[in-house]
Design a protein around this ligand. Structure first.
Ligand SMILES: [Zn+2]
Length: 110
């Protein structure tokens, strides 16, 4: 059995992508999303809970599907427009660092 490792995105492409992101999405990529479970919704369907919340910063939505006993069945995201790096590959540690640098630049620290 072989395991396929996703190709890391080119660092220059990640830097260009970070520069193109709106500040809210860039800060979510730097600090993670800002979920507020107190403002979530719960829908029941076929013996499962579909518990959804939205990031208060970038607008990405997250839904957890739980069994009646709370077991996590699935977790999914509906990303805000422009949040994803479509087709560029996974972001390496160096890519995440470049996003943090861009965040600091936006905040006027660089
Ligand atoms: Zn967010």
């Amino acid at each position: 059995m072989t395991t396929r490792t996703p190709q890391a995105a080119d660092l220059d492409e990640v830097s260009k992508f970070a520069a193109s992101l709106d500040t809210e999405a860039l800060l979510c990529r730097t600090w993670s999303h800002s979920w507020d479970p107190l403002r979530s919704t719960v829908r029941r369907s076929e013996g499962q809970f579909h518990w959804s919340t939205q990031c208060g910063r970038c607008g990405t939505s997250r839904t957890r599907v739980l069994g009646i006993d709370g077991t996590l069945i699935s977790n999914s995201y509906d990303y805000a427009d422009g949040y994803r790096m479509e087709g560029l590959g996974r972001v390496s540690a160096a890519g995440r660092a470049s996003m943090r640098v861009e965040s600091l630049r936006r905040l006027g620290e660089l």
